[in-house]
Design a protein around this ligand. Structure first.
Ligand code: CMC
Length: 391
């Protein structure tokens, strides 16, 4: 109900825009639960598609439900051949996130007669289509950027293995998935699957609240995720580490510049709107970073640099007073790099991870009888009424 009172809340720090049953976060205690299940247990035992089902439908799937879901997704991985030509109209220097959002919006043009947000069959079909096709689009954006041919999806492979092959396979038959990489990537995707009303999810809900279909809403979410304060932080962290290494600047001096807010420089991968003690995802990612690099036999000085930076920041009053801790993005980039992904693919990986959450929130918004078109108020601070000058 409208109260007639407008309160100003920059960045929606204190304003809830919806009720939601998808994800629970207690930022002070570092708790994250998907549909009630602790993230630590989910990350250990589950798979990407199982978690996607959980987020979408509220409970873990039975074995047959999961098999059917997996099968439906495998059957929708192909992109229309015409959509593949879309990639050639973009420069090879295009950032994969721009390609991903544009191609996701373009997907909608192939299903215009099957995209009614009020038709449950359409919603179900497009949920599966998006889950199946987004990884393929992301992999093609990668292939395009390195000038290699697109491979067809190999539907004999699992969701994650198929994605790895589409990215790293050169000839259809030759690529062998490394199980260490596969499980580590699956775990990282799971850790990103939902995070309640973050900027991109709120964008998906806001766009969806206008009656826009899932393709348009998800494309908008991808654009929101692209920013360096949100999903783009994983790319920004690695760029930051690389710059520190290449400049020869000491970590202490870099931290000083951050504290003095010189040129607006921030410690990327640190801080969170909600987590004020630690980000439980960051803890799990840090464990993975050591495991994966060790198992792959990769020695990356950037991992040591990241650890040094973390140690110095955590013992510094500036960060303590502001309760700034490593977030999920701080160590992911080092792992993605060890897996062979170029830096610009890091945020598309976040997008693939977050897709089930976006879809679950879009559906929750759509099914909530209380949903209204999102339309924030403003406090007007412009000119008083004045007359247009007459000649
Ligand atoms: N480095 C240095 N100072 C920081 C940082 C940082 N990473 N983050 C916050 N601060 C300072 C900020 O300048 C402010 O200081 P002061 O009180 O002197 O003005 C204080 O801490 C409070 O910060 P805020 O900007 O009011 O906090 P917020 O809740 O609006 O922003 C944030 C949260 C994540 C955007 C911010 O911490 C940030 O920019 N972090 C770096 C980018 C990043 O890693 N983003 C990924 C977020 S997690 C993944 C995701 O869900 O997208």
């Amino acid at each position: 109900k409208q109260t007639g009172h407008t309160s100003l809340d920059y960045g929606f720090v204190n304003t809830a825009a919806t009720r939601s049953a998808v994800t629970y976060i207690d930022g002070d205690k570092g708790i994250l639960r998907y549909r009630g299940y602790p993230i630590e247990q989910i990350a250990q035992h589950s798979t990407y598609l199982e978690v996607a089902w959980l987020l979408l439908y509220g409970d873990l799937p039975s074995a047959s439900e999961l098999a059917d879901f997996d099968d439906r997704i495998r059957r929708h991985t192909l992109l229309h051949e015409d959509l593949k030509h879309f990639f050639s109209s973009l420069p090879h220097t295009a950032h994969p996130m721009s390609v991903l959002s544009a191609a996701t919006a373009a997907l909608s043009t192939y299903y215009e007669d099957q995209s009614d947000p009020n038709n449950p069959e359409h919603v179900e079909l497009n949920t599966v289509r998006l889950l199946a096709k987004l990884p393929v689009i992301a992999a093609y954006a990668h292939k395009k950027s390195i000038g290699q041919a697109f491979l067809y999806p190999d539907n004999s492979l699992s969701f994650v293995d198929n994605f790895l092959k589409l990215n790293f396979g050169v000839l259809a038959e030759e690529y062998r998935v490394n199980p260490v990489v596969s499980r580590a990537l699956e775990r990282l995707l799971i850790l990103h699957e939902d995070h309640e009303q973050n900027a991109s999810t709120s964008t998906v809900r806001l766009v969806g609240s206008t009656g826009a279909n899932q393709f348009s809403s998800i494309s908008a979410g991808i654009n929101a995720l692209y920013g360096p304060l949100h999903g783009g932080a994983n790319e920004a962290v690695l760029d930051m580490l690389g710059r520190i290494r290449d400049s020869g600047e000491s970590v202490e001096r870099f931290v000083e510049r951050v504290k003095n807010k010189e040129d607006g420089v921030k410690l990327m991968g640190f801080g969170h709107r909600v987590y004020k003690n630690y980000d439980p995802r960051a803890k799990l990612v840090k464990e993975s970073a050591d495991e994966v690099l060790t198992e792959l036999g990769v020695v990356d000085p950037l991992l040591d640099l990241a650890k040094e930076l973390e140690e110095i920041a955590l013992s510094d009053d500036y960060f303590k007073e502001r309760r700034l801790y490593p977030n999920v993005d701080f160590y992911t980039g080092v792992i993605y790099k060890a897996m062979g992904f170029p830096t610009r693919m890091f945020t598309p990986l976040f997008a693939i991870g977050r897709l089930p959450g976006w879809l679950a929130h879009w559906r929750e918004m759509q099914n909530d009888p209380q949903t209204k078109i999102g339309r924030p108020q403003q406090l007007y601070v412009g000119s008083a009424a004045r007359d247009y000058p007459q000649a």
